[in-house]
Design a protein around this ligand. Structure first.
Ligand code: UT7
Length: 317
């Protein structure tokens, strides 16, 4: 497959570190030095489905197609107002497409899992033009009284349209079942047959453990893909990494012995937007004219599961 269009949509509400200082025992200095974040966009009056549909429509327009040309939709999403139907079904209705739709939940790695699934479906001849959307509202999963978590996240939606082509050089997906360090549990409806106490709890994350696992697993994925593609670190124009923490991105840049010009970021403006982060960044780079035909881009993400996804793409647009 190859990417032929990109789009994104952000919530209108900007929440700066100074705004968080007003109701949390935190400081702009702590948040900036520990995470690199200055502000984030947070869902308020809009719905995630509206942002997802806006990003999708922009990607389809950028690809020079119409919704009628899309023959499969994959949406990477962890939570939204609906448990069912999937967000992809809602997007389909909003943009006026008629194709089959499916959601994938691989946490923050979901966009890369979805790209990989799209590639398989195109290779099998079952679809030609696929819309891949990553839409996330992690700010609805955290306790806003918990300073260790709520300052970290932002919401948003990024999208791409992919079609037949030679744009995906290689990819790597891994999962190690490890639910203790990062999870979010929802209460289910009671039944006469359930005797255990049901509970719902905001997101839990052991930040230090996730930080270490993230740096190690992302570095390992990058090394494996570079070697598989026969490329040197400096052959990659941009490393589009999951935007969870500027220090994670800097640690990977140091390990690769590359300067930060290879590592575009939006974490300082958007916070951690889960699987949307890499999709948002790709659209930013494309719309700012920073991607030229033939550029090699490496995407790498990690998230709850513990999942990791990485791929090298050649920009063909
Ligand atoms: O996308 C999903 C994957 N998630 C990630 O990749 C996140 C990975 N982890 C991280 O990015 C970092 O571990 C965090 C940013 C979450 C935390 O940074 P840290 O350097 O590991 O800090 P810490 O959790 O060890 O906390 C250090 C101190 C603690 O105080 P004491 O115990 O040393 O007195 C915390 O209570 O900082 C305190 N603290 C805060 N202080 C001010 C925690 N949150 C805050 C806060 N403001 N918002």
């Amino acid at each position: 497959m190859k990417i032929i269009g990109t789009g994104r949509a952000h919530p209108s509400q900007v929440v700066t570190n100074a705004m968080l200082e007003q109701f949390l025992d935190t400081s702009d200095e702590w948040i900036k030095t520990r995470t690199g974040m200055s502000e984030r966009r947070v869902i308020s009056s809009e719905k995630l489905e509206d942002l997802a549909s806006e990003a999708a429509a922009k990607a389809i327009e950028d690809a020079g197609l119409t919704a009628a040309d899309i023959d499969y939709i994959i949406c990477s999403n962890v939570v939204n107002e609906y448990i069912t139907p999937g967000l992809s079904c809602i997007i389909q209705g909003a943009i006026g497409a008629k194709c089959a739709c499916v959601d994938v939940n691989a946490a923050c790695s979901g966009f890369i899992y979805a790209l990989d699934m799209a590639d398989d479906r195109i290779k099998s001849g079952k679809a030609k033009n696929i819309l891949v959307v990553a839409a996330e509202e992690p700010t609805r999963m955290v306790d806003w009284k918990d300073r260790s978590l709520c300052v970290l996240f932002g919401d948003g939606a990024g999208a791409v349209v992919v079609t037949e082509g030679e744009g995906l050089i290689c990819s790597r997906l891994t999962t190690v079942s490890k639910t203790d360090c990062l999870h979010y549990v929802r209460r289910l409806e009671p039944t006469p047959y359930i005797t255990k106490e049901e509970h719902s709890a905001p997101m839990y994350m052991n930040g230090k453990e996730v930080f270490k696992t993230a740096v190690l697993s992302s570095s390992r994925d990058i090394k494996t893909l570079l070697s598989e593609a026969g490329l040197q670190p400096s052959d990659i124009k941009y490393y589009v990494l999951h935007q969870a923490n500027m220090r994670i991105i800097e640690a990977i840049a140091n390990w690769l012995k590359l300067d930060m010009s290879h590592f575009p970021t939006n974490v300082e403006r958007c916070g951690n937007t889960s699987s949307a982060s890499t999709a948002l960044l790709l659209d930013e780079l494309s719309r700012e004219g920073k991607l030229q035909k033939g550029d090699k881009i490496l995407l790498s993400a990690f998230g709850a599961g513990f999942t990791t996804g990485a791929c090298i793409i050649e920009w063909t647009k």
